[in-house]
Design a protein around this ligand. Structure first.
Ligand SMILES: CC(C)(COP(=O)(O)OP(=O)(O)OC[C@H]1O[C@@H](n2cnc3c(N)ncnc32)[C@H](O)[C@@H]1OP(=O)(O)O)[C@@H](O)C(=O)NCCC(=O)NCCS
Length: 156
């Protein structure tokens, strides 16, 4: 079952994300919301999350990953939908993400390809954007975008 990541989870979370070849920048920052699932033995089996932009309108989905031996069973879509729902609950109206290898997966969730400059303009202070700018990787990334449903009751 998904539960919010706490400071006690950070080391395991970072190791899991590294093994999935995802960034581990700023996992403990307040704007970054992360959840994880552990198996019966306590090992991380899946993670999901998003970073809310400063103005609250834009969310950067990040850290969506399923342990390799558990992939292909629908967990990825469940985790991604969870992050999108929580971002919409928090008041975000637009979802963005970087994904070089999983575009087909995100298209199933309504994402369309966009430019990294549009993503960076929407979320200039997001930690992944700052990281990719500082390393020169931004132009080599692939960006995706979709609108989010409007919520009546915003829960931050
Ligand atoms: C992307 C990822 C989360 C998908 O997890 P998963 O549990 O295998 O996903 P699901 O089983 O829910 O797959 C749902 C559908 O997406 C498709 N899909 C899964 N990964 C895909 C990919 N990389 N590219 C294209 N389609 C993909 C599946 O084939 C399936 O399609 P179907 O319903 O037509 O059969 C997983 O491969 C992963 O952890 N990758 C490494 C981390 C990563 O790249 N995360 C995304 C960036 S944040």
């Amino acid at each position: 079952m998904l539960r919010p990541a706490t400071s006690a989870d950070l080391d395991d979370l970072a190791a899991f994300l590294r093994s999935a070849d995802l960034t581990v920048a700023a996992l403990a920052e307040p704007a970054v919301h992360l959840w994880l699932e552990r198996d019966e033995a306590g090992a991380v089996r899946a993670t999901t999350g998003f970073e809310l932009g400063a103005a609250g309108e834009h969310a950067l989905v990040r850290s969506v990953a399923v342990r390799p031996d558990l992939r292909g069973a629908g967990d990825g879509l469940r985790l991604a939908r969870f992050a999108l729902d929580r971002a919409a609950d928090a008041g975000a109206r637009q979802a963005w993400l970087f994904s070089r290898r999983s575009g087909g997966f995100w298209q199933k969730l309504g994402f369309a390809a966009t430019t990294t400059s549009d993503l960076a303009a929407a979320l200039p202070d997001a930690h992944q954007v700052r990281l990719f700018r500082s390393t020169g990787q931004l132009d080599h990334e692939v960006a995706w975008h979709r609108p989010l449903p409007v919520r009546d009751n915003v829960v931050v």
